[in-house]
Design a binder for this molecule. Structure first.
Ligand SMILES: [Zn+2]
Length: 399
């Protein structure tokens, strides 16, 4: 062997080692459970984003996959689906006829959320794509990626005995109304639904702090449970706000956190800001108090409304203190599937119905757009109804 060749081989080996080290330095593999079954391939965690191998994943779910090396494209197809994913690109083609370019608003660091890419020589797609295209739920628990495929949508509609009622006749709880940058509140809660938070709750100020009665009692249970766990420093700093109050906050506040008047969830009386004595609100999420709230509030019907890394959907930065009451089965589902309210309502709208098994009960959730002023409710069930503030109604029913 000539000396020159040896040098090239040696350099190549050194480079390979170097590349391997840089690739693996920020990559870890993760087990995957799909519908409670451990699969024989792995997810990769890279720069805090999680990717699954497109080929293995799709074939496991009964779809066929092809790879076009020239165009760096994976094509996933099944009788109902045709998706083309281009590596390192946000161009995702769905259903042959339609081209959705998902995430045009994504830039810089956020691009990683939707860009498929080659990792360890295999085409991978980010978990965000799994949710967005396949509408499978993905979450990470104890270092395992858990994916559930929806099966129960709509099945039960056929065996429920539905009766129609007039929308004008219902008692609208408004628990599931979406209030955000795009959707303003239409009706502030009637004042006789509002209760002074003190002395039921520990508060930052006694005067003028009101909550919707349902949110008040749910917050009392939440704070009592925290106390039982050993967290005694929680108190409520904000509840119901009228339009003038929000206007004042908006004029003096940071737009990443404060909504303009009519667009704040605080107008519903169902949003509550919970703080802990001695902890700056922005840092609440770093302390046991904030972590406990984030992990347990769903048991009392609340969601952490503005979670970390979801600003691209909610429009609001991480707010570890802001909890929104939406009712227990819904909060359970959102928490379990790592969604935000916008995603949950989108899902209900799209599928029309959902079955949630929670607390040894089966909850039937039916989303409907009124026809001739009427919606359907299942006969013989305990139910409640909330408008979604998008023209639809959500019926929550159980035996
Ligand atoms: Zn708030």
């Amino acid at each position: 062997m000539k000396h020159g060749h040896f040098k090239i081989i040696f350099t190549t080996i050194v480079m390979c080692i170097f590349i391997s080290i840089t690739v693996y330095a920020n990559s870890t593999t993760m087990n995957i459970l799909i519908d409670d079954e451990q699969v024989l391939f792995y997810a990769v965690k890279q720069n805090e984003r999680i990717y699954v191998p497109i080929g293995y994943f799709s074939r496991y779910l009964g779809k066929s996959v092809s790879w076009d090396g020239e165009h760096m494209q994976s094509t996933i197809s099944s009788p109902k689906l045709h998706i083309v994913l281009t590596m390192n690109s946000n161009e995702i083609i769905i259903d042959r006829n339609y081209i959705h370019i998902i995430g045009l608003e994504f830039s810089g660091d956020m691009q990683d959320i939707i860009y498929p890419k080659i990792i360890n020589n295999i085409a991978h797609m980010p978990v965000y794509v799994i949710w967005n295209i396949f509408e499978y739920y993905a979450k990470v628990e104890d270092g395992t990626l858990i994916i559930n495929t929806p099966k129960s949508y709509g099945d039960f509609i056929n065996y429920l005995n539905l009766v129609s009622i007039y929308v004008d006749d219902i008692l609208d709880t408004r628990y599931l109304e979406l209030i955000n940058h795009n959707y303003a509140i239409q009706h502030l809660p009637p004042t006789d639904n509002l209760r002074l938070a003190w002395p039921t709750l520990p508060v930052s100020h006694i005067e003028g702090l009101y909550l919707h009665q349902t949110a008040l009692y749910a917050t009392a249970k939440l704070i009592a449970a925290a106390r039982e766990y050993g967290i005694t420093s929680l108190f409520v700093s904000s509840g119901f706000r009228n339009l003038e109050h929000q206007q004042r906050l908006f004029e003096n506040g940071n737009p990443n956190y404060v909504m303009p008047p009519s667009h704040s969830e605080h107008h519903t009386g169902l949003a509550v800001d919970i703080l802990a004595t001695g902890i700056a609100m922005q840092h609440l999420g770093d302390f046991a108090e904030g972590i406990w709230l984030a992990q347990n509030s769903y048991k009392f019907g609340f969601i952490l409304r503005f979670p970390q890394n979801r600003q691209y959907i909610t429009g609001i930065s991480f707010e570890p203190w802001h909890f929104r009451y939406i009712g227990r089965p819904h909060a359970y589902f959102i928490n379990n599937n790592n969604l935000v309210l916008e995603e949950y309502l989108h899902l209900l709208r799209k599928h029309g119905s959902l079955q949630i098994n929670f607390n040894d009960e089966i909850y039937y959730i039916l989303h409907q757009i009124p026809e001739n002023g009427m919606i359907y409710i299942p006969y013989g069930f305990i139910f409640s109804i909330s408008s979604d503030n998008l023209g639809g109604y959500i019926v929550t029913a159980h035996r």
